[in-house]
Design a protein around this ligand. Structure first.
Ligand code: PLP
Length: 342
């Protein structure tokens, strides 16, 4: 078993070209760098772009693994809020006016956001590309959940399909339910890809050949579209179970997003509930969530929780949300009774 090319095993890059075609992204094999998951791509991007105290932009909330990768290189993170239609491009425009230093890039998860469960509208995608061109802003598009859309008629063009200047990240972790394979990829303009390749060589010479060859062979033997369709249907059913259970068991002063794909629901609790403090109680009831504050580079998000319906079975989802609803209710009641006697 030998090292493979630092760019990644050619046979696997050929398959990645096919996935990208499904996103209307036309690339050659030498436009792709295979990485140890999309997470390594985030780290390499941090390594080549960020000098200490450089400003970068992320959505708020944002994927915690990206925040940690960028913070690790000393980035100062400025945030732009999301709403139900994804990144608020008008707020990005305002934010750009207030920055003293030009940001190195904007990091965005346009599809089926982790943690927010929202998807950027088609109009906003076009607006974002237009703004980025005008302001010379580099965009990192993390499309980890691409193809996991529940409605095949929903068409959300990848940002990279709208502009070749966008750096695009993909992964086998979510679409093939194979995070243990540790395989992801980057598509980037030539000059950037060369720098990423040097950084990759310094980090680990190449991504593990065994995992790449096994994945290539799997894809040679099995057409991937039916598998993705089958998994997406399973996730959609679980999402419906979770949304139904939230309606049934969560108190009325709470709200949540309704994902069009992916794995996550983002739940807002009353402002006085600190979900990090609430986690221990939930674990006592044998149910877990990720406290919202983890997805912000600052103090925000304390009254949010991220729920994932990807792994548990439908019955477990129903049970888990029932127990969590009880924990939330008792937190709210506790606060109200303290307030009454203060
Ligand atoms: C948005 C996003 N990007 C990247 C990753 C990392 O994926 P990988 O397993 O390919 O490293 C994740 C994992 O949860 C993710 O949610």
């Amino acid at each position: 078993l030998q090292y493979c090319a630092s760019e990644g095993h050619l046979g696997l890059r050929k398959h990645i070209i096919e996935f990208l075609k499904a996103e209307n992204i036309a690339v050659h094999d030498d436009d792709i760098l295979i990485t140890v998951g999309a997470q390594q791509a985030l780290d390499l991007i941090g390594k080549i772009f960020i000098d200490k105290n450089d400003t970068i932009l992320t959505e708020s909330p944002s994927y915690v693994g990206a925040l940690n990768a960028f913070l690790g290189y000393g980035a100062k993170i400025e945030t732009v809020p999301l709403d139900n239609n994804g990144l608020q491009v008008n707020k990005l425009k305002e934010k750009l006016k207030t920055l003293k230093k030009k940001p190195k890039f904007l990091y965005s998860v346009p599809n089926f956001h982790n943690p927010a469960g929202v998807t950027m509208s088609k109009k906003r995608r076009h607006d974002l590309i237009e703004l980025a061109e005008k302001e010379d802003l580099l965009i990192i598009e993390d499309n980890a959940y691409s193809m996991l859309g529940f409605n095949p008629d929903d068409k959300f063009p990848a940002l990279r399909s709208l502009s070749e200047d966008v750096i695009y990240l993909g992964t086998f972790s979510k679409i093939f339910f194979a995070p243990g394979a540790r395989l992801g990829w980057v598509v980037a303009p030539k000059a950037v890809l060369e720098k990423l390749l040097l950084a990759k060589q310094a980090a680990d010479l190449c991504t593990g050949t065994l995992s790449q060859v096994i994945t290539e062979e799997y894809l040679n033997l099995k057409p991937w579209r039916p598998r993705v369709k089958q998994m997406t249907k399973i996730y959609e059913n679980k999402k419906d179970v979770m949304l139904g259970a939230l309606e049934k068991y969560f108190p009325k002063d709470t709200s949540w997003t309704k994902p069009k794909g992916g794995f996550y629901i983002w739940v807002k609790l009353p402002y006085f509930v600190d979900t990090t403090q609430m986690l221990a109680e939930a674990i006592n009831e044998k149910v877990a969530f990720v406290p919202g504050n983890n997805f912000y580079p600052d103090d925000d998000g304390k009254n949010f929780i991220r729920l994932s319906y990807c792994l548990p079975e439908a019955k477990e989802i129903e049970q888990g949300i029932k127990r969590l609803g009880q924990v939330v209710k008792s937190r709210i009641e506790l606060y109200r009774s303290f307030k009454k006697y203060r």
